[in-house]
Design a protein around this ligand. Sequence first.
Ligand SMILES: [Ca+2]
Ligand SMILES: [Ca+2]
Length: 510
Amino acid sequence: MAHLPSRRRLALAVPVVLSLTASLGFLPTAASAAPVTATATQAADAGTLAYVVNTKVDHRTIESVKKAIAAADGTVVATYAKIGVIVVHSANPDFGAQIRAVRGVQSAGATRTAPLSPAGTTDEGAAELISAADAARTASASAAAGVSEPLEADQWDLRAIGADKAAEINPGSSKVTVAVIDTGVDDTHPDLAPNFSASQSANCVGGVADTSEGAWRPYNPTEDYHGTHVAGEIAAARNGIGVAGVAPGVKVAGIKVSDPKDGLFYPENVVCAFVFAADHGVEVTNNSYYVDPWLYNCMDDPDQKAIVDAVNRAQLYAQKKGTLNVASAGNSNHDLDSDAIVDDSSPDDSAPVTRTIDPHECFDVPTQLPGVVTVSATGVKGTKSYYSTYGLGAVDVAAPGGDRYQIPDTPSANGRILSTMPNNAYGFLQGTSMASPHVAGVAALLKSAHPWASPATLQALLKAQADNPGCPAEPYDGNGDGVVDATCEGGKRVNGFYGFGVVNALRAVK
Ligand SMILES: [Ca+2]
Ligand SMILES: [Ca+2]
């Protein structure tokens, strides 16, 4: 699920319809150079589940396991031979247990608890539209401040990490691409079109990459705006309209992984996305979500273990091919270094149960996977956002994600993050979903300056150049209700709220 409080609460988003840019029209979209591949079919059988079957990475093993899959009434949907992950659909209720007993199978399990069903659309409420008054006031303030973008006066987050000054030195290289693994990206947005890389974009829903023209766009632009917002935070162009991203000179791609029916980010979709990004020369991926249906995947559960295994194989494959993976820490204000977290939201595709889990043995995927940059969120005052998940040894770095309790002195006085929305709109959102793309943007600036840097080197540079505010001196009460909400462990150099600190775009280009 997108790392916002919940899909329904996405309706809190406040898009601005920006009439200022309407006359400019849409810029042409680059044609896709990638071959068209088959779209994964979704079985309509009432009892069909999807599975990941993880095997030894060996041709003969994979072929023999495929025979066993057929014998157990499974249908192979996709085979990722290089990482030994096979995506299967099966209506056999014992499929998981049967396939786990097969020689060469290292883990296997269902990636959902509710059956597959034919694609459809949800009918959740549309985002709230407001008048253009704030946009006009912001454009006036931006002009007075002499900044290049009409809405930049509301972008306190850029100034917080020196991204406004960085852009004057080096906006990033067009040879660097950040892929947004998310709900799809509306590349027809005039602030995204100039920097969009269609040849590195796809629809991975179902576990198979579809690269046909526009497949990467949101199924439902009114609801699935999350990925378009994230893309703008990273690489909205400095083109005299709307907003600017942290790295306005780099390319941004969209890899859609959210199910059209329930909006969930199923594991096989994410496996497909990491492999696609790696195989298409993507330098950085942004992952502002956790794989559904489990917020935490426990290694003592065979299904959840298989999910961790499959997604980890895919993200490690990407790292080995030179792709840095950046992910949001989550919006539950959980301490990932505690020994007990109450998760009452999983599984989120059927009936959730209340579980107490140990985050050292049950993992939020992909953010807790090895080598992934885990990002917590800050507000305009520079302190942890009230919702941000944290934890010493779990959080790597922090970045602005917005906080509605920390209000800036900007024209719209909105403590959230302003970015692009589908259909040529702009809106404010808050979340670790918004923090992660700031880090992805700074990582793209670093990659532009150091083209040969490995993912590990990029992560080390992000940390070395970060500004650490240290743990707060006062007990932390993020929402100001008088009740302490979280405890920051650690010191000035590294701590649970900010990891190694808030990333810095200016240092990345100097
Ligand atoms: Ca712009
Ligand atoms: Ca409180």
